[in-house]
Design a protein around this ligand. Structure first.
Ligand code: FPP
Length: 262
C-alpha cells in the first residue's frame, strides 16, 4: 500500500547501507533546504537562540561538503527570509555576524572543492559590509564548476515574483521584448534563480510542513521531504534518508505512470 505520509519513516538503515543504496546516476540536480528549528533546538537546551544558529553552521558545512562529494550540482539554503527582518535586532545582528564569519572562513574550502557561491534575494537590504563580502565571494568563486552553493538571504518567494514582473514591465516598455515573447520559460529568466535549474528536491527540517514563501515559482514540480529532525542535528545520515526517499518516488509531471519523458 502506498504510504502517503510526507514525513520520513523507518529510519533504521545505517549510513553505510544508505550510501550503498544511493543511486549516483539518479541524484537530484538541485536540492533546496529550509533549515528550520534552530531556536527550538536551543530552547530545549536552555540556551539562547543564537546557540542554535551557531550549531546549525556545523550542519551547513557537513551538508555542503557531502553534496559536493556525491555530485549534487546545486544546493540552495534558506538562510534569512524577508519575514526574518521582523526578528529582534539583536538576533538579526548575530545572524549577520555568523554569515560574515561563515563566508570568510569557508572561501578557502569553496575554492578547494570548486564550489561556486551565489546569493539570491534582496541582497541590497543587507548591511553594506555583508553585501560587499557576498559580492566578493561570488566573484572569487565564479569560475568554480563542481557545485553551486546558493544562499537565500533577505529572500521571499512572492517578492521574487513581483520583482520579476517589474523587470518584465521595464523590458516591455523599453521594447526589449513583446508580450508575445512572454511564457513560463522566458518569465523564469527574470527570477533571481535565472541560471539555476528548478529544485528536484526540497527538504524542510524540524517538523513544520509548509514551504514558507521559499522558491514559490520554482517548486511547481519539486518533491517535498519533511523531517522532524531540527536543523542543528541534521547530518549526512538524515540527508541520505531524504535522497533515498526521493529516489523511490515517481515523478509524473501531471502525466500517467510510466508516460513521462523528462
Ligand atoms: C530557522 O530556524 C533558521 C534561520 C532563520 C536561520 C538559519 C541560519 C543558520 C542555519 C545559520 C547561518 C547560516 C549560514 C549559512 C551562515 P528558527 O530560528 O526559525 O528556529 P525555530 O523555528 O525553532 O525558532
Amino acid at each position: 500500500m502506498t504510504d502517503f505520509s510526507s514525513f520520513e519513516h523507518k529510519p533504521s538503515a545505517t549510513e553505510e547501507t544508505l550510501l550503498q543504496q544511493l543511486d549516483r546516476d539518479n541524484l537530484p540536480r538541485h536540492v533546496a533546504i529550509i533549515m528550520d528549528g534552530n531556536g527550538r533546538w536551543a530552547a530545549q537546551r536552555h540556551l539562547p537562540r543564537i546557540a542554535g544558529h551557531k550549531a546549525g553552521i556545523q550542519s551547513v558545512r557537513e551538508i555542503v561538503t557531502f553534496s559536493c562529494e556525491i555530485g549534487i550540482q546545486a544546493l540552495t539554503l534558506y538562510a534569512f527570509s524577508n519575514e526574518n527582518w521582523n526578528r529582534p535586532v539583536k538576533e538579526i545582528t548575530q545572524l549577520m555576524i555568523l554569515l560574515e564569519r561563515f563566508l570568510n572562513k569557508e572561501l578557502k574550502t569553496m575554492m578547494k572543492n570548486e564550489i561556486r557561491f551565489q546569493a539570491i534575494g534582496q541582497i541590497d537590504r543587507l548591511q553594506d559590509s555583508v553585501v560587499k563580502l557576498i559580492r566578493s565571494v561570488e566573484k572569487e568563486t565564479r569560475n568554480n564548476n563542481k557545485m553551486t552553493l546558493i544562499l537565500a538571504l533577505s529572500y521571499g518567494g512572492r517578492t521574487e515574483i513581483v520583482d520579476a514582473i517589474k523587470k518584465v514591465h521595464q523590458d516591455l516598455e523599453q521594447e526589449r521584448m513583446t508580450i508575445k515573447d512572454l511564457d513560463e520559460k522566458s518569465f523564469s529568466k527574470y527570477l533571481y534563480t535565472c541560471n539555476i535549474p528548478d529544485p528536484d528536491l526540497m527538504i524542510r527540517t524540524s517538523g513544520e510542513v509548509r514551504v514558507s514563501n521559499f522558491l514559490l515559482w520554482q517548486v511547481a514540480y519539486t518533491e517535498l521531504y519533511f523531517t522532524k529532525t531540527p536543523w542543528p542535528d541534521f547530518r549526512k545520515i538524515h540527508f541520505l534518508r531524504a535522497l533515498c526517499d526521493y529516489q523511490g518516488r515517481e515523478r509524473r509531471y501531471g502525466l500517467i505512470s510510466g508516460e513521462q519523458n523528462h
